[in-house]
Design a protein around this ligand. Structure first.
Ligand code: GAF
Length: 395
């Protein structure tokens, strides 16, 4: 069966009608509702989340949509427009982290976590459609988790807060998918509001909506999906996390959040070179997030470029999570008029973002495409992103 994949920004009525129709086509009945949750770009604050630091992401217009109907038994039937696994049928009473695989690990992982938390989750039929590209560092998995968490929360009457649903998604990612990630992605998906970036203190969980009107400032944020796919369930992400934990332990602090930029020179004498550079990235990155929020308020988005670029260099040289494709995207954008550019997300592939004057958009797109072709890299996918709404029920 061919199922149509929705792309880009469509109006909600159309999106929900499409998802409901696709659900009815497969399951022969209407869904109880349709929920939508966005992917994100992170403007700045990378790998700071699990160090209890600061992040500043915004939701993008690419979203995961789920149409769900509860069942009277304990069976879950799931299908996606990816079409790769067809209809998957599972007995929810037998779910365990070890028996969830492929894309269904995200929705089933959420159902499993809710059940672990004492919430009775009955069987359900689920249809998923997503326009968030997979493996592009734009939180395609958190978008699915957030949409399903919101849907099951509504349908079961569990009445968890959005902050609690963030932790449900994170736990699914950590315990079921096996990626030791923080709360950045689920927070961006569930807590964003249109026209704003989300300034999140990952220790206190305090959230501030930071106005980000790119159009007014005649700016564009371009995402460059390098199409080098990344996976955080692999060793590199976990190795970075382990270095941060080691650094904190040697420095005698609960987390690297507790180290200030002024204390770095003293830290240098206590840590091996690699651990020191990992620590320096986190400490300076936290500082850059705070500066970005201050500069946005005082001088507006056109002035944050140097902070974005400094963040990229820190990830490239100190945290060592960039790759040649990400570096080329950043360098080419900067050489052709970008105000700032950096890789976004977990790294080792995925996407870069460039903050550019709207007037340079065509030239920068062309320059990046040409540079990638010359380097023999895969053709990147380049698109503009604007701060979009967070997750919600759309029908
Ligand atoms: C990935 C993780 F899922 C986030 O928790 C965060 O650590 C990010 O990488 C890096 O900032 O997206």
């Amino acid at each position: 069966r061919e199922l149509k994949v929705a792309t880009g920004n469509k109006d909600q009525a159309k999106v929900s009608a499409e998802a409901a129709a696709m659900f009815a086509d497969v399951f022969g009945r209407a869904p109880d509702g349709v929920w939508q949750a966005p992917g994100r770009v992170n403007l700045i604050g990378e790998h700071t989340d699990y160090n209890e630091g600061f992040v500043l992401p915004f939701a993008i217009g690419h979203t995961a949509k789920v149409a769900i109907r509860l069942r009277a038994d304990n069976t879950a039937r799931l299908i996606s427009s990816y079409g790769d696994e067809g209809l998957v049928t599972v007995d929810l009473t037998r779910l365990a982290p070890s028996n969830m695989h492929g894309w269904t690990a995200y929705p089933l992982g959420v159902a499993w976590v809710l059940a672990q938390q004492g919430i009775r989750v009955p069987g359900f039929d689920l249809f998923l459609d997503s326009s968030v590209p997979n493996g592009a560092g734009l939180s395609s998995s958190a978008a699915i988790e957030s949409a399903v968490a919101l849907a099951l929360n509504d349908l079961t009457g569990a009445a968890l807060t959005r902050q609690e649903l963030v932790l449900v998604g994170q736990r699914a990612e950590n315990e079921v998918v096996g990626a030791p990630t923080g709360i950045l992605d689920q927070s961006a998906s569930l807590l964003s509001s249109e026209g704003h970036a989300v300034f999140l203190d990952c220790r206190s969980r305090h959230v501030e909506q930071v106005p980000l009107d790119l159009t007014l400032a005649q700016l564009v944020v371009l995402a460059v999906d390098t199409r080098v796919s990344h996976a955080h369930a692999t060793g590199d992400y976990a190795a970075r996390r382990a270095s941060c934990e080691l650094g904190a332990e040697v420095l005698g602090v609960p987390t690297l959040r507790d180290v200030s930029v002024n204390e770095l020179s003293e830290a240098a004498g206590l840590l091996d070179d690699e651990t020191f550079r990992r620590v320096r990235h986190i400490v300076t990155e936290n500082d850059r997030v705070l500066s970005t929020v201050a500069v946005l308020a005082e001088r507006g988005p056109a002035a944050i470029g140097p902070l974005l670029t400094a963040s990229h260099l820190s990830m490239r040289d100190d945290f060592e999570i960039s790759c040649p494709e990400l570096d080329l995207a950043v360098e080419t954008a900067l050489a052709n008029g970008a105000l700032g550019a950096r890789m976004t997300g977990g790294g080792f592939g995925g996407s870069a973002i460039a903050l550019i004057p709207a007037a340079s958009e065509a030239g920068i797109r062309q320059a990046v495409q040409t540079a990638f072709a010359h380097a023999g890299f895969r053709k990147p996918d380049i698109f503009a992103v604007t701060p979009a709404a967070g997750a919600g029920r759309i029908s």
